[in-house]
Write a protein that binds this ligand. Structure first.
Ligand SMILES: Nc1ncnc2c1ncn2[C@@H]1O[C@H](COP(=O)(O)OP(=O)(O)OP(=O)(O)O)[C@@H](O)[C@H]1O
Ligand SMILES: O=C(O)c1ccc[n+]([C@@H]2O[C@H](COP(=O)([O-])O)[C@@H](O)[C@H]2O)c1
Length: 204
């Protein structure tokens, strides 16, 4: 079985924080590869005015993943999924020889209770939450943690994730990286113009 970490995101744009946490997670979880799932549209960010075109976000992710065991993908476009539960279920069916673990930053955990059928997501794959400057307190106090806490596994056993009974959650702490796409957009609102190349567009 191949061990795959999945980082779903808007990647609006991809940045060195994504790369840093993914490289650290590859080591901490003994992953063979990480897949970045560039979202066709985060269901909670519908209508966000500053969401760049999909092709530019995927292009930025491919550039940021270069020369690392990270694959920046348009899988959710090809699977026609937007909700994470649907994506994970289809991925597991389509790739039966892969073990998947879902990666997310602490800011995503703080919102996790708003994701569709989030408890079922936790029943499908183990979840690794990565500390993020400014969000760790909120994440630990997150509504979803009220339920997930009882399924928490020690970080020093993180490499054993393929053997865990689900649900399972592990909190990982790497060198903190303060980079955010929000900060980058504020400094360079036209960033997506640099990625106007011929990258696949999502099918609707
Ligand atoms: N610096 C970071 N430290 C830890 N996790 C991060 C960091 N940057 C992004 N992530 C995580 O990567 C995933 C995808 O993030 P996303 O593409 O939304 O970037 P972002 O910087 O959070 O964007 P935005 O500022 O627009 O919300 C999420 O799980 C997010 O928590
Ligand atoms: O499934 C859901 O209801 C859901 C709600 C909000 C976010 N997500 C997923 O969370 C991941 C992170 O999104 P983002 O925009 O915070 O980078 C991305 O894969 C989204 O599809 C999923």
């Amino acid at each position: 079985m191949t061990r795959i970490g999945i980082l779903g995101g808007s990647f609006n744009p991809a940045h060195r924080g994504h790369r840093a946490i993914t490289l650290a997670a590859l080591r901490a979880l003994a992953l063979d590869e990480a897949w970045w799932l560039v979202s066709p549209g985060n269901p909670l960010k519908d209508g966000a005015g500053d969401m760049a075109p999909f092709a530019a976000r995927l292009g930025s992710a491919r550039a940021m993943a270069r020369r690392a065991p990270i694959r920046a993908t348009d899988i959710e476009c090809r699977l026609h999924t937007r909700y994470t539960l649907d994506t994970i279920r289809k991925l597991k069916r389509q790739y039966p020889k892969q073990d998947f673990i879902w990666l997310m930053g602490a800011d995503n955990l703080a919102q996790f209770h708003r994701w569709r059928e989030w408890r079922k997501i936790a029943a499908e794959v183990p979840i690794a939450v990565i500390a993020r400057p400014g969000y760790d307190g909120r994440a630990l106090a997150a509504p979803a943690m009220g339920w997930l806490r009882r399924f928490q596994r020690p970080a020093d056993q993180a490499k054993s994730w393929t053997t865990w009974r689900l649900p399972a959650l592990v909190l990982l702490r790497f060198r903190p990286d303060p980079t955010s796409a929000t900060g980058l957009r504020a400094g360079d609102p036209d960033w997506y113009r640099r990625f106007a190349g011929p990258v696949a567009q999502p099918r609707s």
